[in-house]
Design a protein around this ligand. Structure first.
Ligand code: CTP
Length: 228
């Protein structure tokens, strides 16, 4: 197929926050840089982009529609709203890129007022958050994005875990990295990633800027969309 018409990219970025009262939350150190870079690169390549961002301190890339969210459940609702099929736009033109570091757990209860030390137990009861990519994978094929790319931030050799996530979440590719490697992971401008595909193929990319990784992923998503 040679059709190179613009795609619809839905990109998630940053951490989620799971509040236990108005002044305390569970979260992680994701800065959102990787997702913002993907949104910027997709827009620069002429695609339509919705960027769903957890709490981050980054400027919205020009021409990108941004939706701010706080919790994993907010992010799931925003993703579902952003991927709804539209008249005249087949889902074969939609790419979901989940760079967000979604919190897997949230406190079982969020108090309306600040919890006082004296009232708090030493243990926190947690409940599991929904898995956004798994939820999307359960949507009937005609209504879910044709291309779905996930990220796997691991500590240590990441490819076997990434392959498992690729299978379990029905993904076209998992972008795996070892966040403990120099120049990779949270809060830095570079990344060293390995692309893991469902057929077991692996492509290790060199250390490069997050912008360069983003451009590579946008090209990959466009190529995957052409093959659907
Ligand atoms: N993800 C998601 N919903 C979640 C958690 C993660 O959609 N509740 C997505 C992430 O955005 C990422 C991919 O799933 O694209 C892998 O996330 P990761 O945190 O590495 O994996 P988990 O599924 O949380 O598995 P584990 O905790 O076993 O590493």
């Amino acid at each position: 197929m040679t059709d190179r018409s613009p795609l619809r990219f839905v990109v998630t970025a940053g951490p989620t926050r799971e509040y236990l009262d108005p002044v305390r939350f569970l979260s992680n150190p994701s800065t959102g840089r990787m997702g913002f870079a993907v949104a910027r690169a997709a827009r620069a390549a002429g695609h339509e982009v919705t960027l769903i961002a957890g709490p981050v301190a980054l400027k919205t890339p020009k021409g990108v529609t941004r939706v701010d969210v706080v919790s994993a459940r907010d992010m799931l609702a925003a993703v579902k709203a952003a991927i709804v099929p539209r008249k005249g736009h087949g889902q074969d033109r939609t790419c979901l890129v989940m760079t967000a570091a979604v919190a897997d757990w949230r406190p079982a209860e969020c108090a309306e007022r600040k919890r006082k030390k004296g009232e708090m137990a030493d243990t926190l009861k947690l409940v599991r958050n929904p898995d956004i990519l798994k939820t999307v994978n359960e949507i009937p094929a005609v209504r879910r994005p044709a291309v779905r790319i996930g990220f796997a931030a691991e500590t240590g050799e990441p490819t076997s875990e990434a392959a498992r996530k690729c299978r379990e979440k029905g993904l076209d590719c998992v972008v795996a990295n070892d966040v403990t490697a120099p120049g990779a992971g949270f809060g830095v401008k570079t990344n060293q990633v390995t692309l893991v595909f469902p057929d077991g193929t692996i492509e290790a990319l060199p250390l490069m800027s997050k912008d360069a990784v983003a451009r590579r992923l946008v090209r990959l998503a466009a190529n995957l969309a052409e093959r659907k």
